[in-house]
Design a protein around this ligand. Structure first.
Ligand code: SF4
Ligand code: SF4
Length: 495
């Protein structure tokens, strides 16, 4: 039985015009369906687990903080941005340093080098984009240099140095890793203060590379990890693009590879492949991997060491950020993405075994506690000192000592959490170095596009013309038009 459970605005995958869409449930699967008056009906699997879809709705967070660079003109998603309708400040900003690449991957969403136009902002333009991001209130804390392949830029080291000088707390490099097979290059990245290498990493066998990237890149990837170890760079996040029939059978092995190289690898962030261009419905329904599919793959392939209950949606951390804001009396960028955009969990590693954080820490109890403390602070019922003290006493009770890894000191862990709640970025970084993050973000494409997710996106692109554009909106609508020399009106037939 088809039951409509939600409604939104989406776009027609053919002409990009804004059209209404429904979400309906059938046999515990959530589908998105929309009809373009000109191009007909489009249907896709949105979430393959309706129960989880509904459960995650309870983590919804809508920020009241606005960052605006442009006026409203035609409505979302054509006014980026950011326009006054946008509901989340920039948490992670992307700057594409070039669209040139030293690979030519069939599945590249940046479409590097395929447009026939070279996009490469000058050093001054990059500087100006970073100034805009730092002038936002609250200032953008994290920046990722991407492309194309950003290591093709000769001035990359200067750009990273400049980002640090400008106050970005976190600098990240999204790379295919080819250049990083040179150990001295990695050493230099460390020296200039790069925080994290976000390494494209499709699997631990040759097959995914041969299919998705056109050549076996596995030896290069392993060399990058080895080089990082040699020079003492210990913050690599593996980024597999998840494609059905290509590497969906390697999810567990990739995680285990992360565990094995835990001294260097901080996380694995899976990204189910997005569909661009005209793709027949049958092919899409067959090839679509949604977040619940990813969770199922993790559960199956880690033999339950990590399970469905261990994953939480991105905005779960919003109440924690709000508490920090209340304590510091300062606006902080909150991870306020839509609850259906991404999930993550953190695992401790003990004797090569994974122990997910939620197995021994009462996450729900913690969230309740934080919400209560936030209310008390807002209503002025308790002082800041009292609230932090109350939390220090209560947090210990949320940790199940019998199930916690034996190697961690429960009191030290509780103190770390309290320090983070007081706004200590150093403690946050330290905590990240004692766990492995396993996450998944499902970027949207024109078929599963939901405007509510665009409006709340916290991952943005900065452009030389001063616009700051939410990630999925950029890759789906604005990037293709940019290379056609048009700006998006939503009125044109773009074929
Ligand atoms: S995605 Fe955000 S910035 Fe872009 S038009 Fe929509 S609300 Fe405005
Ligand atoms: S990039 Fe896309 S999937 Fe990620 S938070 Fe933004 S809208 Fe959601």
């Amino acid at each position: 039985m088809k039951e409509v459970i939600d409604r939104t605005l989406s776009i027609c995958p053919k002409c990009f015009k804004r059209i209404p869409a429904i979400f309906y449930e059938e046999e515990n699967v959530v589908y998105i369906e929309k009809i373009c008056p000109e191009h007909g009906m489009f249907k896709d699997i949105y979430w393959s687990d309706a129960q989880l879809y509904k459960k995650f709705n309870s983590y919804e967070y809508i920020s009241s903080v606005k960052v605006t660079h442009r006026e409203t003109e035609k409505g979302c998603p054509y006014d980026c941005g950011l326009c006054p309708n946008h509901k989340t400040p920039t948490v992670l900003a992307n700057i594409d340093l070039t669209n040139r690449c030293n690979l030519n991957c069939p599945i590249c969403f940046a479409n590097a080098g395929k447009t026939g136009v070279v996009y490469e902002p000058s050093f001054q333009e990059v500087k100006r984009m970073m100034e805009i991001l730092r002038s936002e209130i609250p200032p953008t804390p994290a920046i990722q240099f991407a492309g194309g392949e950003p290591t093709l830029r000769e001035d990359l080291f200067h750009i990273i140095e400049l980002a640090k000088e400008m106050g970005f707390l976190h600098t990240q490099l999204a790379t295919n890793g080819l250049k990083l097979k040179n150990r001295e290059y990695v050493r230099k990245l460390k020296e200039v203060g790069l925080s994290t290498i976000y390494l494209q990493f499709d699997g631990i066998s040759e097959r995914p590379y041969l299919i998705a990237r056109g050549r076996n890149l596995l030896p290069f990837k392993m060399k990058v990890i080895e080089n990082c170890r040699d020079v003492g760079f210990n913050s690599v996040v593996l980024v597999p693009t998840l494609v059905k029939g290509v590497n969906d059978g390697e999810v567990g092995d990739i995680i285990r590879y992360g565990i094995k190289n835990f001294d260097v690898i901080r996380g694995v962030n899976f990204q189910p492949v997005s569909f661009t261009g005209r793709i027949e419905e049958e092919k899409r329904l067959e090839g679509r991997i949604t977040i619940p599919d990813f969770i199922r793959l993790v559960e199956e392939q880690t033999h339950g060491e990590i399970s469905r209950e261990d994953f939480y949606p991105v905005p779960v951390v919003a109440p924690i950020s709000l508490f920090v804001e209340n304590i510091l009396d300062r606006k902080k960028p909150v991870l306020g993405s839509h609850q259906h955009c991404g999930v993550s969990t953190y695992v401790f590693v003990e004797d090569g075994k994974m122990i997910p954080f939620p197995r021994f820490f009462d996450v729900e109890g913690f969230l309740e506690l934080i919400k209560e403390k936030n209310e008390e602070l807002i209503e002025g019922k308790k002082s800041k000192i009292r609230s932090v003290l109350d939390l220090s006493l209560s947090i210990l009770k949320l940790i199940d000592r019998d199930r916690a890894p034996k190697s961690i000191n429960v009191k030290t862990l509780a103190n770390f959490i309290v320090d983070i709640l007081r706004g200590s970025y150093t403690s946050l970084v330290k905590l990240h170095h004692s766990v492995l993050m396993i996450g998944c973000m499902h970027f949207m494409d024109p078929y599963n596009f939901d405007i509510r997710r665009c409006e709340r996106c916290c991952i943005h692109y900065a452009l030389p013309d001063g616009r700051v554009i939410p990630f999925c909106t950029f890759n789906t609508i604005h990037r293709p038009l940019m290379f056609k020399g048009q700006s998006c009106s939503g009125e044109k037939d773009n074929n």
